[in-house]
Design a protein around this ligand. Structure first.
Ligand SMILES: [Zn+2]
Ligand SMILES: [Zn+2]
Length: 250
């Protein structure tokens, strides 16, 4: 599985695009979240209009889906023909059409590619596009699904936003890679995790690697060196602070 970090930022970070990850495996390509500032990063790395198979939307906050109009507009202008899947929680179909109509009214009716929608219910496994998809709710201000993505036994866990909920350890257990938000270095803020809580969660779930993303912009600027040292010294998994453009093979 090849994992490319397109963005690692929170909603309003001026240095880093919103957290978004491109996952490629066995000829399939899946985009995990698509916030305001993600399409530029995406199209820098993906040249073919038909390469992308699916977009996972963790939840309905703008830094996780407001990039969809630009993504879809450019795929349309580039002559995409292949269906594009949107996968996530209930309500995703309405969300995609509403945001598209708000940005470019009636454009979605001109698309020469079909938009297809699949829902992941917590506790159920969805098989689609060669991957197994499972979701579990997190503690966030908006309903968010963490994703367990599995192909041929290679497991990736992506938190979206929020602190882990009750089903998250099982979902993350022994993943090759956990990508988790850590809004603050330590302590607790409403609806978000901290880097310290990510580390405790990664240890409990016995993951092999932990990428910490979505760090609050001022906290990251102020604490970057301390944060890197903290992650480098973790012994129970390989923990790191990715930057946009980082590519990892797991
Ligand atoms: Zn959010
Ligand atoms: Zn967010």
């Amino acid at each position: 599985m090849e994992v490319t970090f397109l963005g690692v930022g929170e909603a309003c970070d001026e240095r880093y695009p919103n957290t978004s990850v491109l996952v490629r495996r066995a000829g399939r390509a899946v985009l995990l979240d698509c916030g305001f500032s993600v399409p530029g990063s995406f199209f820098t790395r993906v040249k073919s209009a038909d390469e992308l198979d699916a977009v996972w939307i963790s939840h309905f906050h703008g830094d996780h889906f407001f990039g969809l109009p630009q993504l879809l507009l450019r795929l349309f202008e580039s002559g995409r023909k292949k269906p594009l899947y949107f996968i996530g929680q209930s309500g995703i179909e309405d969300l995609v059409f509403r945001v598209m109509d708000l940005a470019y009214p009636s454009f979605s009716r001109k698309f020469e590619f079909e938009l297809r929608f699949l829902i992941v219910d917590p506790g159920q496994e969805l098989e689609a596009l060669g991957f197994k998809w499972q979701g579990a709710g997190t503690r966030h201000s908006q309903h968010n699904l963490a994703l367990g993505l599995n192909m041929d036994g290679c497991r990736l866990y992506y938190s979206g936003d929020g602190r882990p909920g009750s089903g998250n350890v099982e979902l993350a257990r022994e993943s090759e890679l956990m990508i988790h938000e850590g809004f603050l270095l330590e302590g607790q803020i409403h609806g978000h995790g901290s880097v310290q809580s990510c580390l405790a969660f990664a240890r409990e779930a016995r993951v092999k690697r932990l990428a910490v993303v979505h760090v609050q912009r001022d906290e990251r600027r102020r604490e970057e060196e301390r944060l890197k040292r903290l992650l480098e010294n973790v012994s129970y998994c390989r923990a790191f602070l990715p930057v946009p453009g980082d590519v990892l093979t797991i």
